[in-house]
Design a protein around this ligand. Structure first.
Ligand code: FES
Length: 361
């Protein structure tokens, strides 16, 4: 005889185990997996290949989606091998577009970026959180704007440039887009069309790995800025890219108004290893002691050992990973400061163990 799942064999028991909101979510989910009264779910409408290692996911969110401003990012949750994993991605579309878009580039060792590129297809459902972040345009638009993008750091900048286009921006904007090679350029046709249909935008591509005739090559430098940004001294600057580029930009642009959004690649938020051997981390809620090397963030070291605390942005922004350190010392990788031994809340995605620790996990 065909056996039905518990929810159909024992419907009364199943329904009584549900809270009203879960009850509503269950039935709405049976009607349409995008429907929910508590979670912002979005259906994948299209998957577009941008380059050999990046894809744009076009999403239709449910009614709980509250919108976003160009330049903001959104937490995206996917289920990988039965585990819910969240990462933050910048929205690459314009806020008035019919659908949302995130553009995800594969990162070496990046669990979610690789999963999305390999597995997400039309019809799938992703869970979103609220958009946030202050990497956005100011109310009063500066007359000179400079955008510095590195690799996938182009995604929020693409959305911001589209906003400037809609606002009929009357100033001058320069985009310097640092990317490995011509084939790695994301949104080339969109930038071409923006440049063609406006007189406010100039785009320069700079290739770090494979030079191409007629294009600049190298990394961000004083010479490149002087060559391609005639109005540098009066520019307001937006920088989005990996941390070495951010650091370089901040040193070269001292004195200018700069907004920056950091892109951390897996394992990149690590300073030099300070010591040899391991330290003990006692997890007080699960009564487990594990050994970590203090070579990477505590979050990464826990995950490597099969322990998955809640996390989101993994770069010290969203506070999803905050937990109480009861004893022990950590280094905050975002500012290099080493903590006292006492009790305090820490963000384990940007904290490295310096001594034995007790964490409320
Ligand atoms: S995961 Fe966002 S602050 Fe740690």
């Amino acid at each position: 005889m065909k056996s039905f799942p518990f929810i159909y064999n024992e419907p009364r028991e199943f329904l009584s185990s549900l809270q009203p909101k879960e009850w509503a979510n269950f039935f709405l989910g049976e009607l349409n997996p995008r429907f929910s009264v508590t979670a912002t779910k979005a259906k994948v409408i299209e998957v577009k290949e941008e380059t050999s290692d990046s894809k744009t996911i076009v999403l239709k969110p449910n009614w709980l989606w509250k919108g976003f401003a160009s330049g903001q990012h959104v937490p995206v949750t996917v289920e990988i091998a039965g585990r819910r994993v969240t990462r933050f991605y910048s929205l690459s579309s314009h806020p008035n577009d019919k659908y949302l878009q995130i553009t995800v580039k594969r990162q070496k060792g990046g669990l979610v970026s690789n999963f999305i590129n390999q597995n997400i297809k039309k019809g799938d459902i992703l869970e979103l959180g609220e958009a946030s972040g202050d990497f956005v345009l100011t109310k009063e638009l500066p007359k000179d704007l400079l955008f510095l993008a590195g690799g996938s750091g182009i995604t929020p900048i693409h959305s911001i440039l589209r906003s400037l286009q809609t606002l009929n921006y009357t100033g001058k904007a320069t985009l310097l887009y640092f990317v490995r090679s011509y084939d790695d350029i994301i949104f080339k046709s969109s930038f071409d069309s923006m440049q063609k249909n406006s007189n406010w935008l100039t785009v320069h591509y700079v290739f770090s790995d494979i030079p191409k005739e007629g294009y600049a090559s190298g990394f961000l430098s004083k010479e490149i800025l002087e060559t391609y940004v005639p109005n540098l001294k009066s520019s307001s600057v937006y920088v989005c890219g990996p941390s070495p580029m951010q650091t370089k930009a901040l040193s070269l642009l001292e004195g200018l108004p700069v907004k920056s959004e950091l892109f951390l690649l897996p394992g990149q938020n690590v300073g030099k290893v300070k010591k040899e051997g391991t330290v003990d981390v006692f997890l007080t809620l699960s009564h487990k002691t594990i050994q970590v090397k203090g070579e990477r963030s505590i979050l990464e070291e826990l995950e490597e050992q099969g322990i998955y605390p809640q996390s989101g942005c993994r770069m010290g922004i969203c506070h999803t990973c905050v937990c109480k350190k009861q004893t022990g010392s950590i280094t905050d990788l975002s500012n290099g400061e080493t903590s006292q031994l006492g009790e305090e809340n820490i963000q384990i995605c940007v904290s490295r163990a310096e001594s034995n620790l007790e964490l409320e996990l």
